[in-house]
Design a protein around this ligand. Structure first.
Ligand SMILES: Cc1cc2nc3c(=O)[nH]c(=O)nc-3n(C[C@H](O)[C@H](O)[C@H](O)COP(=O)(O)O)c2cc1C
Length: 223
């Protein structure tokens, strides 16, 4: 029984009239998904393109609804949380979560952050207890595998890389992943897009190979 939740975050489409405009992160994620489904059948595949169809930003009323006990929520508050409820149910159902994301301004796109703000929610994906001292938040979900697929124009964002200090995309996703119930993370990065040189070709080709190999590895482990 495997449920796969696939979140794409680029504002670019998988396929465009001009292939130079195709989203790199979405295409690597597509390769991963296709490789998984070639190896084994998936019970449920849930797809969201939050880059093209972003969830709304949360509001003060949204926070008010979140902190209102369920039996006191008005119909309007329930409606306000309906999308959040659905997105959280998708995460809860997933065994594997694939998040593909471009790097925008050294971090994640606002569209993907909007999705995280909808799903990292008290008493749904984490609870809060001051009895835990300085670390009162505790995730409520667990046991999931996360595959993070990223594309950047520059390079050197890895540990020890020349832009490690500017790397706010993957580290942020790592931090947030525990509130999705993630216990294992796999990361695939394509870099150098803006240089459009041999280094980009190699990085891209490596990322595609890693996506295929990871699919094989995870299906062999009977995900
Ligand atoms: C608005 C915007 C901001 C970007 N900011 C960065 C950045 O801070 N660092 C970087 O290395 N590349 C940056 N890039 C380049 C993208 O990360 C790169 O084009 C990547 O391939 C986009 O992902 P996609 O191909 O999946 O759409 C930016 C691109 C855009 C459109």
């Amino acid at each position: 029984m495997t449920t796969l939740l696939h979140i794409d975050a680029s504002i670019r489409a998988v396929k465009n009239d001009n292939p130079d405009h195709d989203s790199i992160s979405k295409n690597i994620a597509k390769r991963f998904i296709e490789s998984v489904t070639q190896q084994q059948s998936i019970d449920e595949y849930i797809y969201r393109d939050v880059g093209v169809n972003p969830p709304p930003f949360i509001t003060q009323d949204w926070i008010g609804a979140v902190f209102t006990p369920d039996d006191k929520k008005t119909a309007k508050q329930q409606q306000l949380l309906a999308l959040s409820d659905t997105l959280i149910a998708e995460i809860a159902a997933a065994d594997i979560i694939v998040i593909s994301s471009p790097m925008y301004n050294y971090g994640m796109p606002a569209q993907l952050k909007a999705w995280f703000d909808q799903v990292v929610r008290i008493n749904k994906t984490f609870d809060f207890d001051l009895a835990r001292g300085d670390f009162p938040l505790q995730p409520l979900l667990g046991g999931k595998t996360l595959v993070v697929i990223t594309s950047s124009g520059e390079f050197g964002f890895e540990q020890g890389g020349i832009r490690e200090h500017m790397s706010h995309l993957v580290p942020h996703l790592r931090t947030l992943s525990k509130y999705l119930g993630v216990s294992t993370i796999h990361e695939i990065a394509s870099e150098y897009q803006e240089f459009a040189d041999i280094r980009h070709q190699q990085s891209l080709s490596n990322a595609y190979s890693q996506a295929t190999e990871l699919a094989l590895q995870l299906t062999n482990m009977a995900i």
